[in-house]
Write a protein that binds this ligand. Sequence first.
Ligand code: FMN
Length: 326
Amino acid sequence: MPSPLNRTFSVAPMLDWTDRHYRYFARLMSKEALLYTEMVTTGAILHGKGDYLAYNQEEHPLALQLGGSDPKDLATCAKLAEARGYDEVNINVGCPSDRVQNGRFGACLMAEPKLVAECVDAMRQQVSVPVTVKTRIGIDEQDSYGFLTDFVETVSAAGCDTFIIHARKAWLQGLSPKENREIPPLDYERVYQLKRDYPQLSISINGGVTSIEQAKTHLAQLDGVMVGREAYQNPYILASVDTELCGKPAVVSSREEVIGKLLPYIGKHLADGGRLNHISRHIIGLYQGLPGSRAWRRHLSENAHKPGAGIEVIENAIKAMELTTN
Ligand SMILES: Cc1cc2nc3c(=O)[nH]c(=O)nc-3n(C[C@H](O)[C@H](O)[C@H](O)COP(=O)(O)O)c2cc1C
């Protein structure tokens, strides 16, 4: 049986974006969404100086995304992650950046399904939380359906029952990671086909989803929808996830309520010596699409990075927004 975590809606791992402050903020709007960390490399965890596994308990359910391709290192990191309470460990087989390719991980691992299977196997021997894989539908010229199914069959034979598929291939040469999120065309049908052919696997789709309605369309065919940029740039979409996709009560009823719940967290962060901007940069999209959102955005961008900036910057951003709408 696929894992018991609710995968209906998940927020994608996004480097520099889905840090623990963003995730705390996201959790204020949805209890049900499964949240992913930014990719953390095994090298950072095993040899880095910082605590790369730190998070707030409120963030659960929370998956750690790992970047790496050494089965032993991945297994050690998975074990550390489980001990710290992560609900899932995910391997990045989708990132096309040069840096990641040099480390022989990310999307280039699609060409090495046996190695990915070894990684999954080594990790599963160490942990009982789900070990999952986020990948693409292909890489470079290797973009046939057979290439994808070979990969999925080999990796699932090692015990991975959950795949998150970014429904476009990656070009490993010549395109930046940003271009690789826009230029290769999306092929949702291919992911639907995968689910039809491997109904025993949990298959989530990722790529280009910007509304709850679109999520519903995918969920009619698949186990889950993973949303990246929209969940960051228009985060209030999360407030509809529990009610509209999961049949659960709403967690919040307004954006102001979200801010009200975030303020104590910001206050504690400031009291601990943190900067306002570390958190405020993640809430800039909260009023996306509403009148006054420009004033909100501008006030935060111009003031939150200043030394000594405090909660009053948020309060004044609300006032600036109200002035433009009244
Ligand atoms: C700023 C940024 C950072 C990203 N970092 C990661 C990452 O660390 N790991 C990963 O698997 N994908 C990463 N991605 C890709 C997203 O997880 C996702 O697959 C992609 O954005 C497509 O989904 P979307 O169209 O809903 O944004 C990143 C995307 C963005 C925009």
